[in-house]
Design a protein around this ligand. Structure first.
Ligand code: SF4
Ligand code: SF4
Length: 363
C-alpha cells in the first residue's frame, strides 16, 4: 500500500472574521505537504535535480502557476539539491514549442523564467529535440526509448504535474509527464505512430521537405529510414498531403506512454523520482492546446507521492466520482468515451512502475 499525501485546495476558514490568513494559501499548504510527507528526503546534498513541469503552449492560461514551481525548487534546495526546471520540445519543427528556443520564449510568456521559478531553466532534449540516450525496453509496442539526455544525466527528478484530461490518453498526470515529457522527439513520434513517415504519389517534388529535413534523410523524394529521426517536420511543410503518417488511436497510445516512462525509469532509477500532482484547473485538454477551456471539476488540491502509479490513480479516482461541469468542452466533444484513462494505471502496474493500491494521508 503506497502513501499518497494530500492537501485540500479549499481554504476551510476557521475564523471568518480574520481576513489575513496566509497559511490558507495553497502555496503554504504545498510547503507543509512537502515538509510533513518527507517525499524529498531521498535527495542528497549536491544532487543534480530536474524539476519537470509543462510550460504550456502559447495561449494556454491554466498551466501550473510559477509560484508552486518556485516553492518546490526552494524545498529541493533546502535538501541540498542543485535544481533546475525543465521541459522538452514538442513533436514537429515549425511551431515555436518544437524547438528549445521557442519553448523558452513561450515559457517566458506564460510566466516561467529563472527569476519567477528561482532556478535555471533548461530544455532537456536539446535545440531540436534530438539530444537523447537510447535505452532498450523490449516492450509490447516499443523496443527502444529515446530518453532526453539532460534527464538521463541527473541524480533525481521531481515531477510537478498539472493533472488534466487528454484527448488521446484520457488523462495527463505524472505518468504522462514522465513518459511523454521526459523523452526526446523520436520517442514522441513513436508514442503516436507505428512506422516511419512515407512519401506518397501526391508528391510534386517541390523540395520543401528536403529543405527542412534536419538529417538530410530525404533523397530522390524517398525517406531514408536509417537517417530519419521522426521529427515530422517534412509532414508539416508539405502542402500536397504527400506524406503519410500512420497515427495510432485508443488504448495503444497510453501503453506506449507507459513503455516510454519505463525507459526513463530504467535510465534514472525509479527510486530517484518524486511526484506532485496539482488537481486544480482540471482542463478538458492538455496544456499543449493553444487555449484553456473551463475546468471540468472544482479544484481539489495537491497529491504527492514517491509512487507514480498511486499518485495518478488517486487523482483518477477523485475525477471518476466528481460531477462534471457541463459548461466545459468535455460535455461537447465526449472524448472521455473513446479514451481509456485507466489504461496507463493498469499497464504501468503490469510493467512494475508502481502500485495502484494507495492510502491517502491528509496534511
Ligand atoms: S514537400 Fe511534399 S510535395 Fe514537396 S517534395 Fe516533399 S513530399 Fe513532395
Ligand atoms: S524525413 Fe524524418 S528527419 Fe527528415 S523531416 Fe521527415 S521526419 Fe524529420
Amino acid at each position: 500500500m503506497q502513501e499518497v499525501f494530500f492537501t485540500d485546495a479549499r481554504a476551510k476558514v476557521v475564523d471568518p472574521d480574520l481576513w489575513y490568513q496566509p497559511h490558507l494559501s495553497l502555496v503554504s499548504k504545498l510547503e507543509k505537504l512537502i515538509d510533513e510527507s518527507n517525499i524529498l528526503d531521498f535527495i542528497s546534498k549536491g544532487d543534480i535535480v530536474a524539476l519537470k513541469t509543462h510550460f504550456g503552449e502559447r495561449g494556454t492560461t491554466k498551466t501550473l502557476r510559477s509560484v508552486f514551481i518556485r516553492k518546490i525548487a526552494e524545498k529541493i534546495k533546502e535538501k541540498g539539491g542543485r535544481v533546475f526546471v525543465t521541459e522538452t520540445t514538442g513533436l514537429g519543427l515549425t511551431r515555436d514549442r518544437c524547438t528549445a528556443l521557442g519553448r523558452l520564449l513561450i515559457a517566458e510568456e506564460n510566466g516561467y523564467t529563472s527569476q519567477t521559478v528561482n532556478a535555471p531553466i533548461i530544455i532537456a532534449d536539446g535545440m531540436l529535440g534530438f539530444d537523447f540516450v537510447e535505452v532498450e525496453v523490449d516492450g509490447k509496442h516499443l523496443k527502444k526509448v529515446y530518453v532526453a539526455k539532460t534527464i538521463a544525466e541527473v541524480d533525481a527528478v521531481v515531477c510537478a504535474t498539472h493533472f488534466k484530461l487528454h484527448m488521446q490518453a484520457g488523462v495527463g498526470g505524472s505518468i504522462k509527464n514522465v513518459g511523454v515529457g521526459c523523452v526526446a522527439k523520436p520517442s514522441k513520434f513513436d508514442l503516436h505512430c507505428r512506422s516511419y513517415p512515407r512519401i506518397n504519389e501526391n508528391c510534386n517534388e517541390c523540395g520543401k521537405c528536403v529543405e527542412i529535413c534536419p538529417t538530410n534523410a530525404i533523397v530522390n523524394f524517398q525517406i531514408d529510414e536509417s537517417k530519419c529521426l521522426k521529427c515530422t517536420g517534412c509532414k508539416e511543410v508539405c502542402e500536397e498531403n504527400a506524406i503519410d503518417i500512420d497515427w495510432i488511436e485508443g488504448r495503444e497510445i497510453s501503453e506506449r506512454i507507459v513503455e516510454c516512462a519505463k525507459g526513463v525509469f530504467d535510465v534514472v532509477g525509479k527510486e530517484n523520482f518524486a511526484f506532485i500532482n496539482f488537481m486544480i484547473d482540471v482542463t478538458p485538454h492538455c496544456d499543449c492546446h493553444p487555449y484553456s477551456d473551463l475546468p471540468v471539476i472544482s479544484d481539489v488540491g495537491v497529491f504527492a507521492s514517491r509512487d507514480m502509479i498511486s499518485v495518478d490513480k488517486s487523482c483518477l479516482d477523485v475525477l471518476a466520482r466528481a460531477s462534471l461541469n457541463q459548461e466545459s468542452l468535455l460535455a461537447h466533444n465526449r472524448f472521455w468515451e473513446w479514451t481509456d484513462p485507466f489504461a496507463q494505471i493498469e499497464y504501468g502496474e503490469e510493467l512494475g512502475l508502481g502500485s495502484s493500491k494507495y492510502r491517502i494521508i491528509e496534511k
